[in-house]
Write a new protein. Structure first.
Length: 140
């Protein structure tokens, strides 16, 4: 079944994982339409003068229309955290992906939002992303 999917990844929070976002988005496309392909766009780095209100309002509209939010949370980003919070409030299904690293931990406000009927789950991963996505979308 085709879904509307919102992918969240760091932009102004730092672009170290941009190529990884591209690979995740390619995998997400087998499960539905991804509204936010631009998150992996290398041209965005040069385009930081786009109107912020337009970006925010467009993205919130996409989030409302989405069945699921998939967020790569390893690179800390205020925008990604905000999107996750808004998605929780909208009771969207949320998958937070995190690559464990020594000396760093995922925010307690994300990891701690799991459980007790929450629509959010966190998955630590290295290589096993296809299986994690398959299980997540099968559960929707
Ligand atoms: O230009 C943008 N376009 C855009 O869609 N976003 C959204 C999508 C990303 O999942 C998230 C990134 O937030 P941030 O830029 O704070 O790292 O915010 C964020 C920006 C810049 O803040």
């Amino acid at each position: 079944m085709s879904r509307n999917i919102y992918f969240a990844g760091s932009i102004r929070g730092g672009r170290d994982d941009r190529e990884l976002y591209h690979r995740i988005i390619q995998q997400l496309k087998q499960y539905g339409q991804v509204f936010t392909e631009h998150v992996a766009d290398p041209a965005l780095e040069k385009d930081l003068n786009t109107d912020d209100k337009e970006i925010h309002d467009r993205d919130m509209e996409w989030l409302h229309k989405s069945d699921a939010l998939v967020a790569e949370c390893t690179q800390t980003s205020l925008g990604v955290g905000y999107e996750i919070g808004r998605a929780v409030a909208l009771n969207k299904k949320i998958l937070c992906l995190y690559r464990p690293q020594t000396g760093k931990r995922l925010s307690a406000m994300i990891r701690g939002a799991e459980g007790d009927g929450s629509p959010l789950i966190c998955k630590d991963y290295k290589e096993e992303l296809p299986e994690i996505l398959k299980t997540f979308f099968a559960s929707l």
